[in-house]
Design a protein around this ligand. Structure first.
Ligand code: MN3
Length: 227
């Protein structure tokens, strides 16, 4: 019994310590419960993905920035868009963990447990660019399938134009050295940790299920803000 109390106390202290508020970057609370996206995304995957993977990116990013106090006033966007100006000894850490923090924050924000509808403005733009919603989804799914290993699939706005692109690892289209720069309005994580517990090697089924949980209201909002 005593041990149990002690273990709980240590857990609380650890939690307080890892969430210390002087950290530059903070893991924002999830807007939905872990089981909110069942059956499309299972709750264990949500818990581990957010609570372990995303938290580790935030902690590792803060640890890297701690080595260079001159970067303390930089926003995440500034660090990533200026990635080549980040000191060499922490550049890879900022790229991977800063990218991880940015990408996952966007990914969670763009999920919805309830059906949402894209704006007619965005729908028109998608149809103009890709031919139809079905063709857009097919191209997005194909891009997800073709990402070898770990990475992301994006719908971006670049010079007013919609584009589907993919990046490896935790890279993203806002990074200063991105081959295809753009403002992301849709973000899909295709790392195995995002789907393997439920879908195993069937990435395609995960990507198809993703359409059920996209927050089109938010995607439309982002589109309007970049258009
Ligand atoms: Mn992930």
């Amino acid at each position: 019994m005593k041990t149990k109390v002690l273990v709980s106390l240590i857990a609380v202290l650890l939690l307080l310590f890892t969430n210390k508020t002087d950290a530059q970057f903070v893991l924002q609370p999830l807007q939905h419960s872990y089981d909110a996206f069942v059956p499309h995304i299972d709750s264990v995957t949500m818990r581990i993905h957010y609570g372990n993977h995303h938290r580790a990116y935030v902690n590792n990013l803060n640890a890297a920035i701690d080595k260079h106090p001159e970067l303390k006033n930089k926003s995440l966007e500034e660090l990533l868009s200026g990635i080549n100006a980040v000191p060499a000894d922490i550049r890879v850490a900022v790229r991977n963990n800063g990218g991880g923090h940015y990408n996952h924050s966007l990914f969670w924000m763009l999920l919805s447990p309830k059906p949402t509808k894209l704006s007619s403005k965005l729908e028109k733009a998608i149809i103009a660019e890709f031919g139809s919603m079905d063709k857009f989804k097919a191209e997005f799914e194909k891009t997800a399938a073709n990402r070898f290993g770990s990475g992301w699939v994006w719908l971006t706005v670049s010079a007013g134009k919609l584009k589907i692109i993919s990046t490896p690892n935790q890279d993203n289209p806002v990074m200063g050295d991105a081959p295809e720069k753009g403002a992301p309005i849709l973000a899909l994580d295709v790392w195995e940790h995002a789907y393997y517990l439920k879908y195993q090697s069937n990435r395609g089924a995960y990507v198809k299920a993703y359409w059920n949980v996209v927050n089109w209201d938010k995607v439309s909002e982002l589109y309007n803000s970049y258009k």
